[in-house]
Design a protein around this ligand. Structure first.
Ligand SMILES: [Zn+2]
Length: 186
């Protein structure tokens, strides 16, 4: 764990080993968590870790400043229970998937709707899609974008240029949606 400061405010960065990571990379999450992600196959000494952190530090600082500049809005559902909101999201997701099925061929085996810390959706092997239960509280266009994004991961389990090309085919303003989505905290 490292502590450093950006514009006078302290920031904590922790190292995390990921089975899926191929390279060392920095991550600054929407909720402010800062991580140095390390591939599992790397064996790193304490010195290596400090060196890697030092290398990534300028990037961290930039990403944290960018995150602080964006005004963010937390989505709340007042009196409504989580169960009701979750049900609404599930119905909405199923409707969007049905619409999409007219435009592209895919198969989904499981849809999960649950609370997550920071992510809006996730696509796992075998056609299993998960969505944040608050998805229905986002502006309609952004919720649609999230569903499209995850459906495209069924074909491309990465964020390669081919993945984005597929997303843009189904959602021409994907880039705009992606930027707008950053201004919401689930
Ligand atoms: Zn993605």
């Amino acid at each position: 764990m490292w502590q450093f400061s950006v514009d006078g405010k302290p920031v904590l960065c922790r190292a995390r080993v990921s089975a899926r990571a191929r390279h060392v990379r920095g991550m600054v999450h929407a909720d402010g968590r800062v991580e140095l992600v390390l591939p599992r196959r790397f064996r790193l000494s304490e010195d290596d870790l400090h060196r890697l952190f030092a290398q990534h530090r300028p990037w961290f600082e930039q990403a944290i400043r960018r995150l602080r500049r964006v005004p963010r809005q937390a989505l709340t559902h007042g009196e409504e229970s989580m169960r009701v909101v979750r049900q609404r999201t599930e119905t909405m997701v199923r409707a969007y998937l049905a619409e999409l099925a007219h435009r592209v061929r895919f198969s989904v085996h499981e849809i999960r709707v649950r609370p997550y810390k920071t992510r809006w959706g996730c696509c796992r092997l075998g056609g299993r899609l998960s969505f944040h239960y608050k998805l229905c509280l986002l502006p309609r266009r952004l919720a649609q974008y999230v569903v499209i994004h995850e459906v495209c991961h069924l074909f491309h389990p990465n964020h390669s240029p081919r993945f984005w090309a597929e997303v843009r085919k189904l959602c021409p303003d994907a880039e705009e949606c992606r930027r707008a989505l950053r201004t919401y905290v689930p």
